[in-house]
Unconditional design. Structure first.
Length: 413
């Protein structure tokens, strides 16, 4: 546009109440020298033309991203998951008014899932719904012909999924939803076996390459940890080879609803949750430790099925812990704090007690004994021990009484 310097009112020729006007003036950079004619009251400033950059809309806001428990997308999932769980993700953005009448207008979702989430392209869909609609209202599917899906990477490192949606002018003023499912895999543990974070984020771009800020959804996996020991004089001796089963809940025995969990061995005393191919029996390692990885928070009950060599097989402990996973307040992608403190359930022999590990987390230590005299003198075990002693004393007293009466009869005869 070649016009003289001055003030201009620029409008959109197709404008309506949704479009804006702009006043444009020349700008002057610092330390600019102007030559003026002193004989006139005013004169034009040359070489100072301004510029106006027309932008159809602002950069889009960060999309809303959440994880859900089911594919009904009603109950937001937060906190923890198990290896093997299926998680449903949803990303929501608004179709702007700038798309009105624009058949060339597109919206692109870019979803980035870190290691441990297996995402198949066949489960990816897009739907739209009025902003005023109830959350239970049906989300109408966008035709697959209007979608282009590109995916790179996998669950061992990072999966990037880009979904381009065409013909979005049909949904102006509505919400557009990207939906898909992901399976939690053992890759969440990482190459060192210590990973615990499932981080997932998404951005959107509206008809340009300018990305929004990211919407995020972060979940975690937890672990269970305790060590086994025996007593040699007064010193603790770590015990390997103690075998256990573990089930969810606070009941002393597994049942149909809470069956024994299955695990695959990663190393001595270290296992990962593997519901499809694992074994129900786990055993402590050479240092007495037992660590079970890839589990959600909650109550877990351990039942010892085989005592270490040389220890009493009729005083095997059963105990319950409550695993807690607390996200890092400073950074959602940092490792969470994990602990599994002992509860008052099922610790009848009193062989399980509290222990604080090297990361200052509440854990458990579990004792094995070689005889009844080594049982703790508190709780149910103490009651049993004193009951046995009392029974023995009663038996001794009864025998002594019978013997004394027999001696008296002999003397009288």
């Amino acid at each position: 546009m070649n016009v003289p310097q001055g003030w201009y009112l620029i409008t959109d020729s197709q404008g309506d109440s949704h479009f804006k006007t702009a006043l444009v003036a020349s700008t002057v950079s610092g330390k600019t020298t102007f030559k003026t004619d002193k004989t006139t009251e005013q004169s034009a400033l040359t070489d100072t033309l301004g510029s106006f950059y027309v932008k159809s809309e602002n950069a889009p806001n960060a999309p809303e991203k959440n994880a859900y428990q089911t594919n009904e997308y009603l109950n937001v999932k937060t906190g923890t998951v198990n290896i093997g769980d299926t998680v449903y993700y949803q990303v929501r953005t608004s179709v702007p008014l700038a798309a009105t009448g624009r058949q060339d207008y597109i919206i692109r979702f870019t979803d980035t899932a870190e290691k441990g989430l297996k995402i198949g392209t066949d489960g990816i869909s897009v739907c739209h719904k009025a902003k005023s609609a109830d959350k239970n209202a049906e989300c109408t599917a966008v035709s697959a012909d209007d979608l282009t899906i590109d995916q790179t990477g996998d669950d061992s490192s990072q999966t990037v999924t880009k979904v381009t949606v065409r013909n979005v002018y049909n949904y102006v003023g509505e919400y557009l939803y990207l939906r898909y499912s992901a399976v939690v895999t053992s890759h969440v543990l990482g190459t060192d076996g210590n990973g615990r974070v499932l981080h997932n984020e998404a951005t959107v771009a509206h008809n340009t390459d300018e990305e929004s800020e990211a919407g995020e959804a972060t979940l975690y996996t937890g672990d269970l940890k305790f060590y086994k020991y025996g007593v040699n004089v007064s010193d603790e001796v770590r015990l390997n080879g103690a075998e256990f089963t573990v089930h969810r809940g606070q009941s002393a025995a597994a049942d149909e609803a809470n069956a024994d969990l299955k695990f695959t061995k990663l190393g001595e005393g270290v296992y990962q949750y593997d519901p499809a191919n694992g074994s129900a029996t786990v055993a402590t390692g050479d240092n007495g430790l037992l660590i079970l990885k890839g589990l959600e928070a909650g109550y877990y009950t351990f039942v010892e099925t085989k005592a270490p060599a040389g220890y009493a097989d009729n005083f095997k402990p059963t105990f319950t812990v409550n695993m807690k996973v607390t996200a890092n307040k400073a950074s959602a992608v940092a490792d969470p704090a994990i602990e599994n403190p002992l509860t008052d359930d099922n610790n009848g022999w009193g062989l399980a007690s509290s222990w604080t590990d090297e990361s200052n987390s509440q854990r458990v230590k579990v004792k094995n004994v070689k005889s009844i005299t080594q049982l703790p003198l508190t709780g149910g075990a103490g009651i049993i021990l004193f009951s046995v002693i009392a029974a023995l004393l009663v038996a001794v007293a009864a025998v002594a009484t019978i013997r004394i009466r027999a001696v008296k009869r002999e003397l009288q005869d």
